[in-house]
Design a protein around this ligand. Structure first.
Ligand SMILES: O=C(O)C1=C[C@@H](OP(=O)(O)O)[C@@H](O)[C@H](O)C1
Ligand SMILES: C=C(OP(=O)(O)O)C(=O)O
Length: 423
């Protein structure tokens, strides 16, 4: 069965952004490592954050939920306990898999990390190779380079060289474990990392839990083994999740305000607002909200999106309704996300009536070349489903299969469309 949404126009909507997935994962991990009690307010409650919560509980951190939906975390001081035969199932959460890979080296016994069939196709080799030079004994249980893995040994610290050209999560992983190592940790990269702004999120959360990260841009990071301090931490709103509502305003016409957003956030996906503005939308920032207004007259743009991979699909949902082509570079790594998102870009653009031209690292979306409409299978990828919703609300002739896959990052997405005045 597929979900059909009506065509809408002249929207006047207001929606609270859900809490950030990336910040939630990191705050939970930092709190679990800290020596003492932390409170994480307004955390994301979604499948992926749940994976990290369950994993940390398996490793001995006590995490309870208050009536207000906050987490109270009794940290372990960085000494985790691995029960015999401990296997952590990361399901479809790449961030959990990658960030936990270094963290479980702090446990007192071996831990296996596994995940969904798709997770078993998402690489971890550059991280595993680096961890095995600083005390890790990580072995592959099926295919070399990919989960599932069995992680034994320790995280000593010292010098790690990590090739993060496929994923910034490899660097974030080692960074987050570093305060609990036994030596100073210096992490270098042979080239520019992918998705660099996620490293800013990592450093931001570490600082909030008392850990300074000394850095030279995105190529060299130094962390002392002084441990995390507990903190009372409030998770800011998620710009990736908010992007769908901004996109709906852009293509369907009208105004949408999204609250609970930090206008000074280091989230790279904030760039989506600059792109909408270049395309012709009016973007206004308040103290904790952003408003996008559009008369639907959009123009195509050329943009590099290697630092904001998660909003490429949202842009692919907007581009078919612009005058002229949109060219996006820096898309190479989209192939190794929850689904092959290069393929998803093509399918979303086609739903909107646009043709795409792909090279290894570039996609060009050319509006008005195809009839558009039809049914899309998001292939269990939340961002494909939410981006397809943008096209669906513009056209009214789109069906979305398996809409429940949004549970990964935003279980309330479909209700929010209604509650926020979009349908
Ligand atoms: O560290 C994070 O929280 C994330 C990093 C990015 O992945 P890559 O660094 O693998 O591109 C992003 O796509 C993902 O949704 C979340
Ligand atoms: C790529 C994503 O997440 P992850 O890597 O955590 O699976 C995403 O949320 O778009």
């Amino acid at each position: 069965m597929s979900l059909h949404l009506p065509a809408v126009s002249g929207i006047d909507g207001c929606i609270a952004a859900p809490p950030s997935k990336s910040f939630t994962h990191r705050a939970l991990i930092a709190a679990a490592c800290a020596d003492g009690r932390s409170v994480i307010s307004r955390p994301l409650h979604a499948e992926d954050a749940g994976v990290t919560v369950s994993a940390l509980r398996q490793l001995g951190a006590e995490i309870s939920l208050t009536d207000d939906g906050d987490y109270v975390v009794e940290g372990t001081g960085g000494a985790f306990h691995a029960p015999t035969g401990c296997t952590i199932d990361c399901h479809n959460s790449g961030t959990s898999m990658r960030l936990l890979l270094s963290l479980v080296l702090l446990a007192d016994g071996p831990v296996c990390l596994t995940g969904s069939p798709r997770m078993q196709e998402r690489p971890v080799a550059p991280l595993v190779d680096a961890l095995n030079t600083v005390g890790g004994e990580v072995r592959y249980l099926k295919k070399a380079g990919y989960p599932p893995v069995c992680v034994d040994g320790v995280f000593r610290g010292g010098h790690l060289e990590i090739d993060a050209s496929a994923s910034s999560q490899f660097l974030s992983s080692a960074l987050m474990a570093a305060p609990c190592g036994t030596e100073d940790t210096v992490i270098t990269t042979p080239g520019e990392p992918a998705s660099r702004t996620y490293l800013d999120i990592t450093a931001d959360v570490m600082a909030a839990f008392g850990v300074p990260v000394k850095r030279d841009g995105y190529r060299r990071f130094t962390v002392s083994p002084e441990g995390y301090s507990p903190a009372d931490y409030t998770v800011e709103g998620d710009y990736s999740s908010a992007s769908y509502f901004f996109a709906i305003a852009a293509v369907c016409t009208g105004t949408v305000e999204v609250t609970h957003l930090n206008p000074a956030s280091c989230q790279g996906d904030r760039v989506f607002l600059r792109l909408l503005s270049e395309m012709g939308c009016r973007v206004t920032e308040g103290t904790n909200s952003v408003t996008v207004a559009s008369d639907g007259d959009l123009k195509g743009i050329a943009v590099a999106m290697g630092d904001a991979p998660d909003v490429v699909l949202t842009l692919a949902a907007v581009a078919p309704f612009a005058r002229g082509p949109t060219t996006i570079t820096g898309v190479r790594n989209l192939k190794i996300k929850e689904s092959n998102r290069l393929d998803a870009v093509v399918r979303i653009a086609a739903l909107g009536g646009a043709e795409t031209k792909l090279t290894d690292d570039t996609v060009t979306i050319i509006p008005g070349k195809l009839p558009g409409g039809g049914i899309i299978d998001p292939e269990d990828d939340h961002r494909t489903a939410m981006s397809a919703a943008v096209v669906a609300l513009k056209r009214g002739d789109v069906g979305i299969m398996n809409p429940g896959c949004v549970h990964k990052s935003y279980p309330g997405f479909w209700d929010a469309l209604r509650e926020g005045g979009m349908i």
